[in-house]
Design a protein around this ligand. Sequence first.
Ligand code: ADP
Ligand code: MG
Length: 263
Amino acid sequence: MICVAIANQKGGVGKTTSAINLATALAATGLNVLLIDLDPQGNASTGLGIPNSQRLFSSYHVLLGEARIDDAVVHSQVPRLDVVPATVDLSGAELELVDYENRTHRLDHALRRTQGNWDIVLVDCPPSLGLLTINAMVASDSLFVPLQCEFFALEGLSQLLTTVERIRARFNPGLAILGVALTMYDRRNRLTDQVSADVRAVLGGVVFDTVIPRNVRLSEAPSHGLPALIYDHRCVGSQAYIALARELIARLPLGTQPGAAAA
Ligand code: ADP
Ligand code: MG
């Protein structure tokens, strides 16, 4: 079981959109996927159509040790894609966990105890570098970093990488950067091109070849409780996420070769 945290402390850069659509694309290749929603906003849960009535146990209960992952898992409408949903309780978890021993390893321990047979676990992180994101980084093999093509993109990234260094030094020496994906790419905007060239010059091969274009279908899909890949699998946004998932699979040490191509 490989665990990948989708992290960037900036909000609105495409973490949740990437989490939902990559999870769906990976499941479509035949992999068993678990998406853990670790953002109190619960956008990944909502975007996958998980109603509040099905969030009896959530990532909050998992972190607090009040439920096992296996108790909290909900099957999504997407075959082979399971979700540990989030609820607003999670916004209090950082404070509640302060007095707990192993507060940085709560998710890691929960994942070690699960009986589930997922090939890959994706963790959708909140827009901060607090205890929730730290739990995700401690539990993960690698990070997937969505980066919005805008002027301060690289500055935010250095802060993220500093945190990664700290996590490596103290808790998880094997934590790798799986890749950086450029999101909300707008061809008509010259600044976007400049930022993407700068990012590739600085980060090199860690940046995925595939860029995710700004595409209204990607932003519409969550209000229908569907991944864009199901809402409109032909739109350019969905096609980009399918291509990105292929690159992701190529970089992952997956034991079994996935079967059919994505949707
Ligand atoms: P984060 O999880 O990093 O806060 P989201 O994935 O929730 O970011 O994206 C922020 C907003 O932008 C959401 O309303 C989402 O639907 C929209 N969005 C994300 N990616 C794209 C895209 N490539 N094109 C258009 N809208 C997007
Ligand atoms: Mg989000």
